[in-house]
Design a protein around this ligand. Structure first.
Ligand code: FAD
Length: 382
């Protein structure tokens, strides 16, 4: 196994890092304070081709492989782009557009991917419901066939990008008795009668992403808007979620590299007891823990990415391991950074405060750490 990056990959990562640092990161603090999705940040991500990275050039994408997508996540996190903007980017690209690209018909791909890849349209994905989170397959949203249309009824919650989205990939059950086998994925456009979006939630972190409920009330969707075919929705949901779980670690890796650099600088500059705090073992150990996380996270993320590039199926065990690592250990690292900064780490002015709030989502969104541990132990005890 060779994890050496090519010169081209290194150049790409450095270029995205510089762009993120100079053009996007300066906008993040204000957007985070306002707690608003920033269309300016979105346009900047789009103008660098970052919103269409994995799609082929003929559909308006950049034709990037999975390793390159992860390099982009790492570079943006390292550059100080906030977790909310990266969450918005991930939900749009991996949960919405990738599902359409992987499972959609040629007509669906032609209609949606170019506009999603350029950022002209924003995408989201609706799986979670008020009564069905970890147990998403117990969803109650229904799709009833009527001629060449389906009538959707139900609601979804915690949907990233929903308040600004032009298109949603949504999961509904055509026959609740069939359980998983009835779950079907639909593409629904903004403005479709019967489809509406709730008020944005006020969140603890990832504030530059916007999140809300969505509602379907006798919402008529043409049968041609089904992704793949009726009853294939659960496989699509798992594929999107596993993809997200596997790659999620890359922005965490990036923001941890950024925090580590800030902490090392601060530990040299900050004096207490007439000496720089870097001389205290408590600080040294936290710096060491952060570096150990960065090294292990790098191996974990690029191992999954390169195996996917080599045509292997995503491995649910590895996806769950990576997700726990990002969510739990990544959050612990963000906490170390706050501790190294002391009182200043608690203040808005320092990015470590925002990273800490943003990192808390890692153990919840896209499947909680408890559920990931359940998957790991279930596979190990089979
Ligand atoms: C900011 C944000 C953005 C999100 N974006 C999206 C999105 O774009 N699209 C989307 O569909 N969803 C999205 N989600 C939803 C997210 O995936 C769910 O919140 C998550 O899957 C957990 O579901 P829940 O919140 O209903 O918690 P619950 O499932 O109710 O869990 C509550 C607690 O019980 C524990 N628990 C539940 N079952 C078990 C079990 N079997 N064993 C052990 N412990 C268990 C959980 O770990 C947790 O601690 C988002 C959530 C947030 C917070």
């Amino acid at each position: 196994m060779d994890f050496t990056l090519t010169d081209e990959q290194k150049m790409f990562r450095d270029q995205i890092f510089r762009y993120g640092r100079d053009e996007i990161a300066p906008l993040c603090e204000e957007a985070d304070l306002k707690g608003e999705f920033s269309f300016e940040i979105w346009k900047k991500l789009g103008s660098m081709g970052l919103l269409g990275l994995p799609f082929p050039e003929e559909l308006g994408g950049s034709g990037a492989d999975v390793v390159t997508c992860c390099l982009a996540g790492e570079a943006l996190g390292h550059a100080g782009v906030d977790g909310g903007s990266l969450l918005a980017w991930g939900a749009h690209t991996y949960l919405c557009a990738c599902n359409i690209y992987t499972f959609g018909s040629e007509a669906q791909k032609k209609k949606y991917i170019p506009k999603l890849a350029s950022g002209e349209w924003i995408g989201c994905m609706g799986l979670t419901e008020p009564g069905a989170g970890s147990d998403a397959a117990s969803m109650r949203t229904t799709a009833t066939k009527k001629g060449d249309r389906y009538i959707l009824n139900g609601s979804k919650t915690f949907i990233t990008n929903a308040p600004v989205a032009d298109v949603i990939v949504v999961f509904a059950n055509v026959d609740l008795k069939k359980k998983h086998e009835g779950i079907t994925a639909f593409i629904v456009d903004k403005g479709t009668p019967g489809f509406s979006v709730g008020q944005p939630f006020h969140k603890m972190g990832c504030k530059c992403s916007t999140t809300s409920e969505v509602f379907f009330e006798d919402c008529e969707v043409p049968a041609e808007n089904i992704l793949a075919e009726e009853g294939k929705g659960w496989i699509i949901a798992l594929s999107g979620v596993e993809w997200d779980r596997s790659t999620l670690l890359s922005p965490f890796l990036g923001s941890s590299i950024g925090s580590l650099e800030l902490c090392a600088r601060y530990a040299n500059e900050r004096y207490q007891f007439n000496r720089p705090i870097r001389e205290f073992q408590a600080i040294q150990h936290r710096i060491a823990e952060m570096k150990i996380f960065v090294e292990a996270a790098r191996l974990a993320i690029y191992r999954v990415a390169s195996s996917k590039d080599n045509g292997q199926m995503l491995n649910p065990l590895q996806a769950a391991v990576n997700k726990v690592y990002a969510g739990d250990v990544g959050f612990e690292m963000a906490s170390h950074a706050v501790q190294i900064f002391g009182g200043y780490g608690f203040m808005h002015e320092y990015p470590v405060e925002r990273n800490f709030r943003d990192a808390r989502l890692g153990a919840i969104g896209g499947g909680t750490s408890d559920i990931m541990r359940m998957i790991v132990s279930r596979i190990m005890l089979m």
